[in-house]
Write a protein that binds this ligand. Structure first.
Ligand code: TXA
Ligand code: MG
Length: 326
């Protein structure tokens, strides 16, 4: 089994040694746990793809602790990208730039661009700083599964296929970073995430109405390669229902004889497993992936989830829920 290490000096040193050997390491971030490897080592990055069962054309995010690491993989920064980096790093925003020539093709999924971010988590920062270079890290789940938001989830996903997971507690955001292509003058959101379109609009002094008119599910070329694939899917059926209707719908399925669970703003009726109760979209975002895993552990046939309004982080939540239900 993977060993969960306290992220003290000895734990960080063990993880750095593993990265130097070309191994993969479970790394906490403020969004979700990542499966980290030396971003500039082709063989190491290949073992991320092998462990996850990830399609080779789905590129990885390169993580740095500061601009030094990021400059090693980016060919040219743009005014837009620099402005957003200054405003949101460290934090849950991933920026897509032209890739520097030395970046292994396996890291970029064969693209000429590279996705980069500086995570806002003390353990990720300590690990990358001690390693002394950029690390590539996708979410630490087997391909297609819900992302992990605590160390034990990473162990559940990979067992003995990962030797070390650094413990960084429960992820504070719980949803993956927002991915934005910043090569042009205008940003293109490739994946909704913890930094909202409203946050970006604010930072750029653009009225957020201009943002809400942007398509959220444009042609595949406007999306991150990863968003083409089946993703975030727990091992039970997921049914989305309008806000406020969860308990009644779950009770109906219960009466028809299903083993049913509920994620809603109100309590679950008798005979329905209360998987999570949330006050707002941000609270649901933080709990969502752990709740999906709880639903699997409870052997549910159906998980009923109430939709949230598609504003702010609600867009990212609904994006993940639709994929889970698809
Ligand atoms: O919050 C996060 O972003 C987490 C933590 C660990 O940092 N990482 C994460 O990685 O969610 P992953 O691999 O699960 O998702 C990365 C997304 C995928 O949709 C991928 O296609 C996209 O970023 N991506 C990576 N490089 C890209 C590029 N050059 N152009 C467009 N999209 C890219
Ligand atoms: Mg992922």
């Amino acid at each position: 089994m993977a060993e969960v290490l306290v992220a003290d000096e000895a734990g960080i040193a063990a993880a750095v040694a593993a990265l130097r050997r070309g191994d993969v390491v479970g790394m906490p971030t403020e969004t979700v746990y990542g499966l980290a490897a030396d971003a500039l080592n082709t063989l190491a990055v290949e073992s991320i793809f092998a462990a996850k069962g990830r399609p080779a054309d789905n590129p990885l995010i390169v993580h740095g602790v500061g601009l030094d690491d990021i400059e090693r993989v980016v060919a040219r920064f743009t005014p837009l990208g620099t402005a957003l980096a200054e405003r949101f790093w460290p934090g849950p925003l991933t920026l897509v730039f032209d890739a520097a020539p030395g970046v292994p093709l396996v890291t970029t999924g064969g693209l000429a661009t590279v996705a980069v971010r500086v995570p806002d988590h003390p353990v990720a920062s300590a690990l990358i700083a001690a390693f002394g270079g950029p690390v590539a890290a996708p979410s630490a789940n087997r391909s297609g599964r819900p992302s992990p938001t605590r160390a034990s989830h990473v162990v559940d996903e990979f067992g003995a296929n990962v030797s070390i997971v650094l413990d960084g507690g429960v992820c504070s955001f719980g949803l993956e970073s927002t991915v934005v292509d910043v090569r042009g003058a205008q940003p293109t959101v490739l994946r909704e995430g913890s930094i909202t379109r409203e946050d970006l609009a604010d930072a750029m002094d653009i009225p957020s109405a201009a943002w809400s008119q942007q398509p959220t599910a444009a042609s595949p070329s406007h999306l991150s390669p990863g968003t083409r694939y089946r993703h975030y899917v727990p091992d039970c059926a997921v049914e989305l229902v309008p806000a406020g209707t969860g308990p009644a719908h779950a009770a109906k399925l219960r009466d028809e004889g299903s083993r049913v669970g509920l994620i809603a703003t109100t309590a679950a009726p008798e005979g329905v497993v209360e998987v999570a109760q949330f006050a707002d979209a941000a609270a649901l975002a933080q709990q969502l992936y752990a709740a999906m895993r709880a639903a699997e552990a409870a052997n549910l046939a159906v998980l009923v989830v109430e939709c949230v309004p598609e504003v702010g982080v609600g867009r990212a939540v609904m994006d993940r829920l639709r994929r889970a239900a698809a």
